[in-house]
Design a protein around this ligand. Structure first.
Ligand code: CUA
Length: 185
């Protein structure tokens, strides 16, 4: 307790100075939080696409015949994948090297992980939403795609193969069918 005039009491002066500093810090933090919130709310959300997990296999983009890799008119490749307890469809994904590749994934049930090992593809399949990411694989390689989000008792058995092949080989595959995968038939 100090009732003396602040100008005369060094302790009160220092106390007041620190009070001003702490109020200043709180004010700055409130400002930053407000700014971040407002800025985020005004940003477009281009990736927020909805999809109904209950009808995924019946209609729309993620029906089984539309899954796998397909060449777009601009030469890029779109890969459509569905994750469900406890597998990915298709089980083996084939994509060309040195080509823009866009993954579009959806979950038929719960949250699954979507990770192509040794690449920067690391996503989550969240039921109700389309997950998408564009990337490019520099050169041919083999990779695995384990589900890395715990999704139930069969989680550790949920994974797919990824084959990055050279462009010519991929183009040859697409001559035979519109949607390609490397699932052994
Ligand atoms: Cu699917 Cu873990």
């Amino acid at each position: 307790m100090n009732t003396a005039a602040p100008s005369q009491d060094p302790a009160a002066r220092i106390e007041r100075r620190w009070a001003i500093v702490s109020v200043g810090i709180v004010t700055l933090m409130v400002f930053l939080a407000t700014f971040a919130g407002v800025q985020k709310a005004t940003l477009p959300q281009p990736r927020l696409e909805l999809v109904d997990p209950r009808t995924l296999h019946i209609e729309g983009e993620f029906i089984e015949s539309n899954l796998g890799s397909a060449i777009e008119p601009d030469g890029s490749v779109t890969v459509r994948v569905v994750g469900q307890q406890y597998s990915f469809t298709p089980q083996c994904i084939v994509v060309p090297a040195d080509t823009p590749v866009t993954f579009r994934g959806a979950s038929a049930d719960v949250v699954h992980g979507f990770l192509v090992q040794n690449t920067n593809v690391n996503l989550m399949l969240v039921p109700g939403y389309v997950t998408s990411l564009s990337t490019r694989f520099a050169k041919p390689m083999e990779s695995h795609m384990p589900c890395h989000e715990f999704c139930g008792t069969g989680h550790e058995g949920m994974w797919a193969n990824v084959h990055v092949v050279d462009k010519a080989r991929f183009l040859a595959l697409t001559q035979q069918q519109k949607r390609v995968s490397c699932v052994a038939k």
